[in-house]
Structures are given as C-alpha cells and as structure tokens.
Design a protein around this ligand. Structure first.
Ligand code: SF4
Ligand code: SF4
Length: 119
C-alpha cells in the first residue's frame, strides 16, 4: 500500500513553530521517561511532513518502528490539545504514520512479498 494512500488530507507540513509544548506534555516522555526510545510528537509531525511531500520517495517505516519508537504512542491526544498551531498531531501525523508501519510490517500480503523476495 502506498504512503499517499495511508496519509490523510490535512498535512502538518510547515506549520510547526517548534515550541515543543507537545513534547512537554507527552506522558511517554514525561512520566515513562522514554527519551531514548521514543522520538515524540514534534518529530512525528516532521516525519509526516516529509512523508507527505510529493517528491519524497523514502520509506521510513523501519525508522519509525525501530528507532523512533512510534509504537509507544497510545494516541491519548494530549499533544494535539496543546499545539498552538492547531496541528492535528495525532490524527494527521501519528495515526497515518502508524498505518504506514502496519502496512509495511504487518500486512499479510506485504509480508508474503517480502518472504518471496527473501527480505
Ligand atoms: S498522542 Fe502519543 S505522542 Fe501525543 S501525547 Fe499521547 S502518547 Fe504522546
Ligand atoms: S506543539 Fe505544535 S507547534 Fe509546538 S512543537 Fe508541537 S507540533 Fe510544533
């Protein structure tokens, strides 16, 4: 499944003023201290902006899953609630990125193709 297919219509590209309020309220960082394992909402907004760019062809599903710790986010939406730029961080960045990871790593057809290609 293509990136475009799993990303929604209102891209967060270019609106972020890097106030880091979203990082500050995120309980994964704040309470669970997962700073080493979890990139946090501001960085997911950035990655989503890149993923939605029409000229961008990189596949970041592995990066999101393994290095940026996207799975730690349980979509509480606290980050969205504090964003002064009213970026829908969870709906328009995090959830589409999660869908991308699911498509890439847990979709049975994709898994089959990967097996066939020996990857
Ligand atoms: S939705 Fe995810 S990134 Fe945002 S505050 Fe909740 S756990 Fe953190
Ligand atoms: S709260 Fe909004 S504007 Fe501030 S860093 Fe996060 S995404 Fe960017």
């Amino acid at each position: 499944m293509s990136t475009e297919k799993s990303l929604r219509s209102s891209p967060p590209r270019g609106k972020c003023i890097e106030c880091f309020l979203c990082q500050n309220v995120c309980h994964v960082l704040r309470e669970h201290d997962k700073k080493e394992q979890f990139a946090g909402p501001r960085f997911f907004v950035r990655v989503a902006g890149l993923e939605m760019h029409p000229l961008d062809g990189l596949n970041r599903a592995g990066l999101l899953k393994d290095q940026l710790g996207l799975g730690y986010c349980n979509i509480t939406k606290c980050c969205t609630e504090v964003c002064p730029e009213e970026i829908h961080i969870t709906d328009n960045a995090i959830i589409p990125l999660k869908e991308r990871v699911v498509d890439e790593f847990y979709d049975p057809l994709t898994m089959l193709f990967r097996k066939i290609r020996g990857q």
